[in-house]
Write a new protein. Structure first.
Length: 341
C-alpha cells in the first residue's frame, strides 16, 4: 500500500448534517484542499450552507446514496470520500425499517462500489456508531452491516491503491435529536422525562469526531475501526445539569434502546489494539492470519493488544463527566446562553 496522500478533492455524503458542516469548516482551513463536494438530497440545507460558507472551493451535488449512477458521477476526480449519510433516529428506523436499510446498507454498498469504480479515489472513511456494537435495534444492525461492507472492500480492491476504514463513536454532544437539546427545550416546562435512572452514554464533541476522521484519513492501513477513548455520562447527571429543579419522572426506555452502549464487545477484544488516545479493531482480511495482522497493525499504529475479555461500554468506562463538567460543555458546545440563575 502506498503512503497516504494529503486529500485535495473530498466528497462528503450527508455533508449538510451537523458533522458534515463542522468537518467542512475544518477542511477549508487547509489551503492544500482544492475542492469539497457536499453530496446530499436536501436542496434547502445546501442553499443555506452555501450562503453561510461562501467559499469557491465548496461545491454541491443534489443526490442520494441510494442512486449509484448519480453517486458515481459525483465522485469524478475525487481522491477522498467521507461517508456520513445515514438515517440515524432509532425510533424512526424501527417504524420504517425498509427505508433505513435502503439508505444505511444499500447506500453503503453504493458508496463502496462507486469508490472502487472511480480510479482517482484513494482514501475512504465511513462514520459508524456505538449502536453498531452488539446491536439490538435496526439502526445499529444496519450500521454494523455498513461497517462490514467498508471493511470487506479492502479484500476486493485488486491492485488499486485505495483503503477503506471506519470510525465509531458515541453520542455527539448537542447533535440534533440527542438528549441534551431535548432537555434544554423541555426544561422550561419544568419536567425532564428520564427513560431509566441507570442509563449511561458515551459523549464526544463534533470537533473530536472530526479529529478522529482526520486521524483515520492520515493513518489507516485499511480495514480498521477506530474507536476514541472518550468519557461517559449518566442520564440523571445530564438532567441535573440542565434542570436541577425540574421534575424527573421515569418513563421507561424506548423500543431499541439499551441501558448502556458498547463500542467494543468482548468478542472484538481478540482483534483490538490500543494507543494512548484510541482503540483500533483490526480487520480479518481474506487470506491473512489474524496473528500476523495484529503484529502488522500494532506496529503501524504503535499500539498494544487489549487484555483478554476487554469490553468498552459506557457503563464500565473509567472516565465520567460530572454535573459541573456537563454544564461547562453545554455552554461551550450546545448553547452559549445556557446558565443556571
Amino acid at each position: 500500500m502506498s503512503p497516504v496522500q494529503a486529500p485535495k478533492s473530498i466528497l462528503i455524503t450527508g455533508g449538510t448534517g451537523s458533522f458534515g458542516q463542522k468537518c467542512i469548516r475544518a477542511l477549508l482551513k487547509n489551503p492544500a484542499v482544492e475542492r469539497i463536494v457536499v453530496y446530499s438530497r436536501d436542496e434547502l440545507k445546501q442553499f443555506e450552507m452555501a450562503q453561510k460558507f461562501q467559499d469557491k472551493r465548496l461545491r454541491f451535488f443534489i443526490g442520494d446514496v441510494r442512486d449509484l449512477t448519480r453517486l458515481t458521477h459525483a465522485l469524478e476526480g475525487m481522491d477522498t470520500v467521507i461517508h456520513a449519510a445515514a438515517l440515524k433516529q432509532v425510533p424512526t428506523a424501527e417504524y420504517n425499517p425498509f427505508e433505513c436499510i435502503k439508505t444505511n446498507v444499500l447506500g453503503a454498498q453504493n458508496v463502496v462500489e462507486a469508490c472502487l469504480a472511480t480510479p482517482t479515489v484513494t482514501n475512504v472513511v465511513a462514520l459508524s456508531t456505538d449502536k453498531a456494537a452488539a446491536p439490538i435495534n435496526l439502526y445499529g444492525a444496519t450500521k454494523l452491516c455498513s461497517d462490514k461492507l467498508f471493511i470487506a472492500a479492502n479484500n476486493i480492491h485488486g491492485n488499486r491503491n485505495i483503503r477503506f476504514s471506519v470510525v465509531r463513536y458515541g453520542n455527539v454532544m448537542g447533535s440534533r435529536g440527542s438528549v441534551i437539546p431535548f432537555f434544554l427545550d423541555k426544561r422550561n416546562t419544568g419536567v425532564l422525562p428520564i427513560t431509566d435512572t441507570a442509563m449511561t452514554r458515551f459523549n464526544i464533541t463534533l470537533e473530536e469526531g472530526v479529529a478522529l476522521v482526520e486521524h483515520a484519513l492520515q493513518h489507516a492501513l485499511g480495514g480498521e475501526i477506530f474507536v476514541p477513548k472518550i468519557p461517559s455520562y449518566r442520564i440523571t447527571d445530564v438532567a441535573e445539569a440542565i434542570g436541577p429543579d425540574c421534575e424527573k419522572p421515569v418513563i421507561g426506555i424506548r423500543p431499541g434502546e439499551k441501558i448502556h452502549e458498547e463500542m467494543i464487545t468482548e468478542t472484538d477484544s481478540h482483534q483490538t489494539i490500543e494507543t494512548p488516545t484510541n482503540y483500533v479493531i483490526v480487520p480479518m482480511l481474506y487470506g491473512c492470519s489474524i496473528s500476523e495482522l495484529m503484529k502488522q497493525y500494532s506496529a503501524h499504529h504503535g499500539a498494544k493488544q487489549v487484555a483478554e475479555g476487554f469490553r468498552y461500554s459506557s457503563g464500565n468506562n473509567t472516565e465520567w463527566l460530572t454535573v459541573p463538567q456537563l454544564r461547562k460543555l453545554i455552554r461551550e458546545f450546545c448553547d452559549p446562553t445556557f446558565d443556571l440563575v
